[in-house]
Design a protein around this ligand. Structure first.
Ligand code: FAD
Ligand code: NAI
Length: 476
């Protein structure tokens, strides 16, 4: 047969797909990875949503905008005077683009290093053949491939409001939100989830007046209530205007901006005139162009590919991972599934522990957690002990000048096993790793309390929260 044959073909080169391809190649398979993402010049840009319009560029903008805010508002506290502070937005956004490119190039290098054959184009199922599936590639590369095992990792797309398509000029998805050309005077976001808070923070720090409209009456419903309350206090103080319990009405984009009709929690009609609107109301699984019908690949009513606990689809030899399947839409969840599937193909016992997947919101203060919230434990009838420790009493946080927030640990009342850790405060994204390791190793709160933590470090707050579970903090 003239078709190019591979042991494993991965469709999609985001964190789920490219990592699965590398792991499968490490295990000795011949592997192809097909990804259609194009950079501004039309060249390949593997890395998916995460690298191109998600995790990486948003963190680059969060970092730059935080530097700007520190210089404008907080350097004075350190006795540093700044005169003539300015903002070169083109350079700031250009730096973000350079960071993205480094990551794109890094993945292409990793493919070469691991002997993964990369195809730049759209992969689609053509038909089932003897011992596998025929996959067509259309784009910069035109080809027909045959793979014994297929891993689908086609990711997700931003969800639009009904009747309000993204024009990426005034009505922006995460894509447009990351490349606004001039700081808008007034910016609205619909949805105060993860993107709403991260993107809202970036543009507020750079000078926009930001209003976030959220349908739910509670702020960050998935986050532990005590932590969400503390975060909300900090965002209010920063001037991020968050309206809860709203109903969004008609949205009228014009040449000048966007007009948004909405009803507040009291039922009063309001209108918001803004320069730009970011819609961040969740994401939908993406199978556009994949042609799942050709082979009878089953999707659910949300458009997600139906998989079992092991990421097996309804078809033999076809797997799916990441945002295109059930579960949290997180890059590290996609990666873990990708690795596990490659290992399962090799007959190994790849495993993803959904109970220890950390969540991080990269605002200031950062919010991070692993495991169930206090509210969920109560609802599940679990008896627990709680310990909290505020960063206000942590020496390193005081030295940093960032004492907002706390570490909260919840442990089983009978066995003392750590059930969850919730953090709001500086570097929560890094601190949460200790909690994940502890939970993976089934540590008790006493284990953490007995472990030597460097002084002065933010991690001492985790140790003190563990001590607090036993009501014996040393520094508070
Ligand atoms: P994707 O990253 O979406 O990759 C899918 C790839 O497949 C894309 O390159 C796409 O072009 C390609 N593709 C699709 N169909 C085809 C086809 N038929 N043929 C060829 N190629 C195809 N998660 C975190 O964990 N941490 C964060 O900080 C974070 N920040 C985020 C910020 C924003 C603004 C957004 C939008 C998301 C963020 N996420 C974050 C979520 C994260 O980006 C996703 O969970 C992750 O990218 C999912 O990985 P994936 O491999 O499943 O899919
Ligand atoms: P989200 O699910 O985090 O938040 C969406 C919010 O919009 C919810 O609070 C919801 O109640 C609200 N909403 C829905 N419909 C609405 C409406 N019609 N009017 C007003 N509010 C409405 O989704 P988001 O922020 O779009 O992000 C998508 C996903 O991307 C996240 O769930 C996460 O998985 C991932 N992500 C992860 C990040 C991280 O890990 N740091 C950063 C950004 C995104």
């Amino acid at each position: 047969m003239s078709n190019k044959q591979f042991d494993v073909i991965v469709i999609g080169g985001g964190p789920g797909g490219y990592v699965a391809a590398i792991r499968a190649a490490q295990l000795g398979y011949t592997v192809a990875c097909i990804d259609e993402w194009k950079n501004a010049q039309g060249g390949p840009a593997p890395g998916g949503t995460c690298t191109n319009v998600g995790c990486i560029p948003s963190k680059a903008l969060l970092q730059s905008s935080e530097h700007y805010e520190h210089a404008a508002k907080h350097f004075g506290e350190h006795g540093i005077t700044v005169k003539g502070l300015g903002l070169d937005l083109a350079k700031l956004v250009g730096r973000k683009d350079a960071v993205v490119k480094q990551n794109n190039d890094g993945i292409l290098y990793l493919f070469k290093k691991n002997k993964v054959t990369f195809f730049h184009g759209r992969g689609a199922f053509a038909r089932a053949v003897q011992g596998g599936y025929e996959i067509t590639v259309a784009g910069s590369a035109e080809d027909t491939l045959v793979g014994q095992q297929i891993i689908v990792a086609t990711g997700s797309n931003a969800r639009a409001l009904p009747g309000v398509p993204f024009d990426e000029e005034n009505v922006l998805s995460n894509d447009g939100a990351l490349r606004i050309g001039a700081v808008p005077k007034k910016l609205a976001l619909i949805g105060s989830g993860v993107i709403g808070l991260e993107m809202g923070s970036v543009w507020r720090r750079l000078g926009a007046e930001v209003t976030v409209l959220e349908a739910l009456p509670t702020f960050l419903g998935a986050v532990d209530e005590q932590i969400a309350k503390e975060a909300k206090k900090a965002f209010d103080k920063q001037g991020l205007k968050i309206e809860l319990g709203v109903k969004v009405g008609e949205i009228k984009p014009s040449k000048k901006g966007v007009s948004i009709a909405w009803t507040n929690a009291k039922g009063e009609d309001q209108t918001l005139e803004v320069d730009k609107l970011i819609v961040s109301i969740g994401r939908v699984p993406n199978t556009i162009g994949l042609n799942p019908e050709a082979v009878g690949l089953k999707l659910d009513e949300r458009g997600a590919i139906v998989v079992d606990d092991e990421c097996k689809t309804n078809l033999p030899g076809v797997w799916a991972v990441g945002d295109v399947v059930r579960g949290p839409m997180l890059a590290h969840k996609a990666e873990e599934e990708g690795v596990a599937v490659a290992e399962r193909i090799a007959g190994q016992h790849g495993h993803v522990n959904f109970n220890t997947i950390p969540w991080v919101i990269y605002t200031s203060p950062e919010i991070a957690w692993v495991g169930r919230t206090e509210q969920q434990l109560k609802a599940d009838g679990v008896k627990y002990k709680a310990g909290t420790f505020p960063f206000l009493a942590n020496g390193r946080a005081r030295a940093l000048g960032d004492t907002t927030g706390m570490v909260k640990m919840l442990a089983d009342a009978a066995t003392d096993e750590i059930l969850s850790v919730h953090i709001v405060g500086p570097m929560a994204s890094e601190l949460i790793a200790e909690a994940v390791v502890a939970m993976e190793f089934k540590a008790s709160s006493e284990d953490i309390a007995r472990i030597c933590h460097a002084h002065p470090s933010l991690s001492e707050a985790t140790k003190e929260a563990a001590l607090a579970v036993d009501k014996r903090t040393l520094n508070f």
